[in-house]
Design a protein around this ligand. Structure first.
Ligand code: HEM
Length: 157
């Protein structure tokens, strides 16, 4: 199998695991488990960074994709997929920065003696967190189509 297709197949596994951790993270915070939520979301964020670093390596070593061979439909699927990735990255960064603002506050520590978190940090963390999850869901769903197109062009099926 072509090295680029192997790379994108692994990237798909990576984004699926990211989505799995993000969904688990939301379920954890909804039942009040801040420590597990924090761990799940940081793991998801690290896996996104692993993808970004490996993507840079892939472009340097294997080069970009040959888009001339892509149909208009495949390009549209890729564009929607990339929009999901962009939303996940931007909103995830905002959610992460607002989580940082909440550090040491009682919403995180669950200690009544600690200061309360700023309402704006809580609100923006929640909004951006949901937006990041929506982006990751869109990106992972569209990645199925992107990968199917790659397999098709390579004659795998
Ligand atoms: C960047 C990755 C993260 C994402 C995508 C994310 C996502 C979310 C979402 C969607 C909610 C709202 C859940 C609901 O509507 O009930 C939430 C709440 C919360 N998250 Fe995160 N989160 C992230 C990282 C963190 C980190 C690192 C912490 C650190 C402890 C944290 C602490 C919290 C807390 C305390 C709440 C509840 C806030 C409140 O009650 O208003 N999150 N998060």
């Amino acid at each position: 199998m072509d090295a680029k297709i192997v790379f994108w197949t692994l990237a798909f596994v990576d984004i699926s695991i990211v989505l799995g951790f993000a969904i688990a993270g939301v379920r954890q915070i909804r039942r009040g488990d801040v420590a597990r939520h924090r761990r799940s979301m940081i793991t998801a964020g690290l896996l996104v960074l692993v993808f970004l670093a490996s993507y840079l390596l892939k472009v340097a070593l294997l080069g970009p994709e040959d888009m001339d061979l892509w149909s208009a439909r495949s390009r549209t699927v890729l564009y929607v997929h990339e929009t999901g990735i962009a939303l996940m990255l931007l909103a995830g960064a905002v959610a992460g920065s607002q989580a940082w603002r909440m550090r040491g506050t009682r919403v995180v520590t669950r200690e009544l003696g600690d200061p309360p978190a700023a309402l704006s940090a809580r609100r923006w963390h929640r909004r951006a967190g949901w937006a990041a999850l929506a982006g990751a869901t869109l990106a992972a769903a569209m990645a199925v189509g992107v990968l199917a197109g790659m397999y098709g062009r390579a004659g795998i099926f």
